[in-house]
Design a protein around this ligand. Sequence first.
Ligand code: C2E
Ligand code: CA
Ligand code: CA
Ligand code: CA
Length: 285
Amino acid sequence: AKESGRNTYRVFENNLSQAIKRRHKLANELHNAIPDRQMYLVYQPVISLVEPDALGFEALLRWQHPELGSISPMEFIPIAESSGLILELSDFVLSRALEDIGNIKALLKNTPHFSTEKLRVAINLSAAQFKTEDLVSQVVDQASHYSIDLRHLGLEVTESLFISEKAMACQVLESLRVLGCTVSIDDFGTGYSSLAYLSTLPVDTLKIDRSFVDEIETSFNDRTITLAILRLANSLGMDVVAEGVENQAQLAFLEKQACDKAQGYFFAKPMQLKELPEWLASPAH
Ligand code: C2E
Ligand code: CA
Ligand code: CA
Ligand code: CA
């Protein structure tokens, strides 16, 4: 027992030091990723369940590392946040997404099924972007550089932003809404939000976390939470997007409960811009 205990410890120690080494390597190489063009955006469709001609996308960041291959944002975003590189990365996301909105609009012009007016592309924001008011002027500058109407831009934030940076976040997001942007709370249901609290936030949409949608068919609790979020949003005049919809049964439940929008592998995985024409031309959506 002693021996196997020692071996287990050694394996654990090896895995730990490997994880630390990998994190170090990524932290050291992250600053090269933008100049070396290893970062790119993929777009996942957000489908309207009530307006057939309304189509949106969420922009998700990808790191194609020359040796390690594709690295998940779940792994490198926290590294970027603790190393300060998150601001540079976020600038890249904002300008690339705005540039691509023009490209996606052009694609939609040839897709009679969808309205170009209703196109909305959402980016994920990090709390670090709210430490100053710069975000507003940055968004305005980049949107005018690419001649994009800000009604096409969505912004996703998490509930934790309103705990760490509440005053500045509310001020900045309200300014951006006045300019036409829509604001969504991401991963909704996993943090802490009371009805009274939520009604004071400058927010248009709640995105129900994937973990609830996952077990919507089998878990009474997850179904109850989903219904509560839908009622809550309805009473506050907010829209709801269900994340992580993977099958027809989940979609049927959400449609029946008058959920506004859905996103997930059932409709499409996140795609590169060059893959969009084929998806738009397919009858699957
Ligand atoms: P998120 O914002 O909640 O993004 C949704 C994640 O769920 C994405 O993972 C997406 O690929 C995945 N997903 C979508 N549909 C399904 C489905 O049907 N089933 C399953 N199992 N998964 C699905 P991804 O792209 O790996 O992103 C992970 C997280 O990284 C994001 O979670 C977001 O928090 C963060 N992130 C991604 N891009 C950015 C960015 O540009 N800036 C910042 N600050 N964070 C980002
Ligand atoms: Ca998101
Ligand atoms: Ca989410
Ligand atoms: Ca669950």
